[in-house]
Design a protein around this ligand. Structure first.
Ligand code: ATP
Length: 503
């Protein structure tokens, strides 16, 4: 799978610029110079994000009989994170550069020995990047020339820093300085943010901001079983904030330190066909992504090889997306067996068994876990929707959002603002629409410019109220964002169209 480019590359630039210009996403704490790894969602970003979450909730919870919703607290008993293994092992390998004070994820720092005519003349290193192989080869060529080495340069075989032999650490150049000798051995860096709860500030007060929403589901599984009417197989879904002290947040909102997740734990019997259930979830998730506007050809599947699976996982497949910086994980779908519930059963002393009426047996269920990042999805949606074309010889940039997720569904535009009956008609329609949808009102400027403004923020339809509307038949112009086609319709037709398109 292609890897993501370093954040200094620019395929993201038009999207980042558009997000800022139109109020989708801002760097957090911008007035104080920003705060790395945190973002704020402006008026349009907040709408887009809400629409994504609403669509997911509607399709995964409301429209299914076998999934219940949950909203658990962000800070929970630290015992939960001990039981889940996060206190002990939720870490990334980190390497420090003593010279520059930079920190890197060791598994994202790649290196290779440079061997000329059978002799190692030095090392090259590069940060994970879509074309890191080419970069490393260039560096090796340069090193060979500088050393004046004669003979054939052997192929450059990149490995990540976690695979380095300790004797190689002092020989590998730091990506910051280009010189060897300053990189430390990799060490585990726990990604959980710590905080203190209560008035005491000793160790007993230490708590964590949750690094995933999933454990809130496991911790409440018994409550849902005991109070609801669920029967195996069933799922519990949750949307909420998660926090990870990422060593190298990058690629805009792709990897940040505060983000939101939409997770489902789908509980199945221990003897159920878990592979079949896993496949069904992968297919369902792919279908859902397409249904909200991601093109099939930008989606892929990355099956984790057996030897790279976490100890509790029986199988994990990531749905990937072609981000501008490379193909990357969007949605992880993991079969976690009964690891989490068994851990909580052991650590809490509470039984996590369920009685299954159908088989008249008692067991701790297994789970399939589809886990999707809201912010990553939003970035994918923005990337896929962004387009540039030419209308009547004029360049335009537009966001081809699926109507379901578009921040505004309709813009109401009175053709002129100095004709009271016309503006009144438009206002009445605007108010009626507003009761059901998020609608934009714009009465100033040339109509072409007003259309362009809506195209750029992804509003699928504009309705223009003109003289014919008030003088003739009450019909107005409906303009389509993508085709720019215009048709005359009346109010009933408009509401019927919106009802079918936005269900
Ligand atoms: P990675 O290997 O990329 O660090 P992960 O495999 O640990 O991520 P999961 O724990 O499977 O990620 O998280 C599930 C989902 O949550 C991911 O597919 C992604 O959409 C989202 N996610 C995880 N970490 C981040 C982050 N730092 N910023 C934004 N979204 C994230």
């Amino acid at each position: 799978m292609a890897k993501d480019k370093a954040s200094s590359s620019n395929p993201m630039d038009p999207i980042v610029a558009l997000c800022k210009r139109r109020g989708f996403i801002f760097q957090s704490s911008e007035i104080y110079g920003g705060y790395n790894g945190f973002f704020d969602f402006g008026p349009l970003g907040a709408e887009l994000k809400k629409n994504l979450k609403d669509a997911w909730w509607k399709d995964m919870v409301h429209r299914r009989d076998d999934i219940e919703g949950l909203d658990s607290s962000i800070i929970m008993s630290p015992k939960i994170w001990v039981a889940s293994g996060h206190v002990g092992g939720f870490s990334d390998p980190m390497v420090d550069c003593k010279a520059s004070k930079m920190r890197y994820r060791a598994d994202q720092l790649f290196f290779a020995p440079v061997v000329v005519a059978g002799e190692t003349i030095g090392y090259v290193s590069t940060l994970e990047d879509a074309d890191m192989q080419a970069q490393a080869e260039q560096k090796a060529d340069k090193l060979k020339r500088k050393a004046g080495a004669q003979g054939e340069l052997e192929p450059i075989v990149l490995k990540d820093y976690t695979e380095a032999d300790p004797s190689e650490y002092p020989l590998i150049p730091s990506p910051a300085t280009g010189e060897p000798g300053s990189l430390t051995a990799p060490r585990d860096f726990n990604l959980m943010f710590e905080t203190k709860v209560g008035a005491l500030s000793d160790n007993s007060a230490t708590a964590y901001l949750r690094p995933e929403t999933a454990q809130g589901i496991f911790a409440n599984y018994k409550n849902v079983v005991d109070t609801g009417r669920v029967k195996i197989p069933f799922g519990i879904a949750q949307i909420g904030k998660a926090f990870r002290n990422e060593i190298t947040p990058r690629n805009f909102i792709f990897r940040s330190r505060e983000f939101e997740q939409m997770e489902i734990e789908y509980f199945i019997a221990p003897d159920a066909d878990w592979q079949g259930c896993h496949r069904e979830w992968i297919d369902r998730c792919l279908e859902w992504l397409v249904s909200i506007g991601l093109p099939t050809e930008m989606l892929g599947e990355d099956v984790h090889p057996q030897e790279k699976l976490s100890h509790y996982s029986r199988g994990t497949t990531d749905i990937t997306f072609q981000f501008p910086f490379g193909e990357q994980e969007l949605w992880g779908i993991a079969c976690r067996g009964n690891f989490d519930l068994t851990q909580h059963q052991e650590h809490s002393g509470k039984s996590m068994e369920i009685f299954d009426e159908a088989s008249k047996s008692k067991f701790v269920p297994h789970v399939v876990e589809p886990s999707l990042g809201v912010d990553r999805l939003l970035l994918a949606i923005l990337t896929a929707a962004y387009a540039e074309d030419e209308i009547g010889g004029e360049k335009r940039s537009l966001l081809k959002f699926h109507p379901r997720v578009a921040p505004y569904k309709v813009a109401v535009l009175p053709l002129v603002k100095n004709k009271p009956e016309l503006v009144e008609f438009a206002q009445a329609l605007y108010k009626k629409l507003q009761r059901k949808y998020n609608v934009f009102w714009d009465q100033s400027g040339a109509i072409g410019r007003r259309y362009r403004r809506q195209d750029e923020i992804g509003t699928p339809w504009c309705v223009t109220i003109d003289f014919d509307t008030i003088e003739k038949d009450g019909k107005f112009t409906l303009r389509d964002r993508d085709t720019t086609e215009q048709t005359r319709i009346d109010e009933a037709e408009l509401f019927a169209m919106l009802d079918t398109q936005l269900h």
